[in-house]
Ligand binder design. Sequence first.
Ligand code: HEC
Ligand code: HEC
Ligand code: HEC
Ligand code: HEC
Ligand code: HEC
Ligand code: HEC
Ligand code: HEC
Length: 258
Amino acid sequence: MSVRAFIYTVLVTLAISGVAALSIGLYRDGSLAVSGWTDAVLPGPISAKHAFLSDKCETCHTPTRGVQAAACISCHTTAAVDLGKQSTAFHATSKECRGCHAEHLGGVRPTRMDHATLLRIGAFPQNPNTSAREVIEQMATDLKKFLRLPKSDEREKAGLDCFNCHSNRDPHRGLIGRDCASCHGLDSWRITGFLHPSPTSKDCAQCHQAPPSHYMEHFVMMDKMITGQEHATVNQCFLCHRTDSFNDIKDIGWYKHH
Ligand code: HEC
Ligand code: HEC
Ligand code: HEC
Ligand code: HEC
Ligand code: HEC
Ligand code: HEC
Ligand code: HEC
C-alpha cells in the first residue's frame, strides 16, 4: 500500500469511528470548538516564556474559536521591528500563527519554521476558513510527521519564491540565479554529498563572485599589494585565495581588514 493510500485509509477509519469530525473541528477551529475539551485532552506544559499564562488558558484560547492570531498579536506588536527582517517580514500580514508556533511542548522555544504552513496561509490570504480539502491535506502531512514518514516538499518548492525571503543569505551573491530550490531543500542549506572542487582548480570565478571592493581602486592599492600578485586579474581568485575561507590569503594567512 502506498503511503498516501495508507494515510487515507487511516483517515477513513477515523471518520468511521467519528474521530475525524472531532479532529477536523480541532484543526479548523482550535480546541474550544469541542465542548469539554479541557477534560478530554490534557495538553503538555506551556513554553517557558509563556509560563506566566499557565492558568490563563483563555488568553490564547478564545471560547468557541480556539487559538486565534489576534490573541497572539495583541501581546506581540512590539516584536514587529525584529521580525521586519527579510525572511520573517511575512509576520506583518500573517493571519495565522499555528503551524510554526507550537505550544504545550514544555520548555523548548515554541518556534519551528514550517514552509508548508507558509504555503497554506499564503495561498489563501483572504480566506479565514481553511477549506476541508486543505484541512485534510494538513492532517495527512501532520500524520506523516508523527509517523516519521519521509515527506515530500515538492509543493512548497513549486509554490514559494525562495529568493524573496532568502536573498540576504545568498552566499553565491546572485551568481547562480534565484532558483534556490533547484539545489536546496527546506530544512538545511547543507547539501549532502557536496564536495568542493579541488584547491588546485582555476575555475573559482565560475562559482564565486568577488565583492564590489575588488572592482575598485582597492584591488590595485590593497589586494595586489598585500599578495604581491601585481599581474593578477580579479577573476584569478586562485592566485590569492584558499578554499577554506576567503579571509585565508595565500602566503599571508588570516586577513581581515576594517
Ligand atoms: C500562550 C498561549 C497558550 C496558552 C496560555 C494556552 N494554550 Fe493551549 N494551545 C496553544 C496553541 C498555540 C495550541 C496549538 C498547538 C499547536 O499548534 O501545536 C494549543 C493547543 C491546545 C490544545 C490542543 C487542541 C488544539 O487546539 O490544538 C489543548 C487541549 C489546549 N491547548 C489546552 C489548553 C489549556 C487547558 C490551557 C490552560 C491550562 C492552555 N491550553 C493554555 C496556546 C496556548
Ligand atoms: C498575554 C500576552 C501574551 C500572549 C497572549 C501571547 N504571548 Fe507570546 N510572549 C509573551 C511574552 C511576555 C513573551 C516573552 C517576551 C520576551 O522575552 O521578549 C512571549 C514570548 C513569545 C515567543 C518567544 C518564545 C521564546 O522562547 O523565544 C513566541 C514565539 C511567542 N511568544 C509567540 C506567541 C504566539 C504564537 C501566541 C499565540 C498563540 C502568543 N505568543 C501569545 C506574551 C504573550
Ligand atoms: C510560516 C511560519 C510562521 C508563522 C505562520 C508565524 N511565525 Fe512567528 N516566527 C517564525 C519564525 C521562523 C520565527 C523566528 C525568527 C528568528 O528567530 O529570527 C518567528 C518569530 C516570532 C516571534 C519572535 C520570537 C522570539 O524568539 O523572540 C514572535 C513574537 C512571533 N514569531 C509571533 C508570531 C505571531 C503572533 C504569529 C501569528 C500572527 C506568527 N508568529 C506566525 C515563523 C512563523
Ligand atoms: C515568506 C518567507 C520565506 C520563503 C518564501 C521561504 N522561506 Fe525558507 N525560511 C524562512 C524563515 C523565516 C526561516 C527560518 C530561519 C530564518 O529566519 O532564516 C526559513 C528557513 C529556511 C531554511 C533553514 C535555514 C536554517 O538555517 O535553519 C532553509 C534551508 C530554507 N528556509 C529554504 C527555503 C527554500 C529552498 C525556499 C523556496 C522553496 C524557501 N526557504 C522559501 C522564510 C521563508
Ligand atoms: C546550482 C546549485 C545551487 C543554487 C541554484 C543555489 N545554491 Fe546555495 N549552495 C549550493 C551548494 C553546492 C552549497 C554548498 C553546500 C554544502 O556545503 O553542503 C550551497 C550553500 C549554500 C548556503 C550555505 C552556506 C554555508 O556555508 O553554510 C546557503 C545559505 C545557500 N547556499 C543559499 C542559497 C540561496 C539563498 C540560493 C538562491 C538565491 C542558492 N543558495 C542557490 C548550490 C546552490
Ligand atoms: C590579487 C589577489 C586577489 C584576487 C585575484 C582576488 N582576491 Fe579576494 N581578496 C584579496 C585580499 C588580499 C583580500 C583581503 C583584503 C580585502 O578584504 O580586500 C580579499 C578579500 C576577499 C573577500 C572578502 C572577505 C571578507 O570577509 O570581507 C572575498 C569574498 C573575496 N576576496 C573573494 C574573491 C573572489 C571570489 C575572487 C575571484 C573572483 C577574488 N576574491 C580575487 C585578494 C584577491
Ligand atoms: C563548481 C563550483 C565551485 C568552484 C569551481 C569553486 N567553488 Fe568554492 N564554493 C562553492 C560552493 C557551492 C561553496 C559553498 C557556498 C558558499 O559558501 O559560497 C563554496 C565555498 C567556498 C569557500 C567558503 C566560503 C565561505 O564564506 O565560507 C571558499 C573560501 C571557496 N569556496 C573558495 C574557492 C576557491 C579559492 C576556488 C578556486 C580554487 C573555488 N572556491 C572554486 C563552489 C565552487
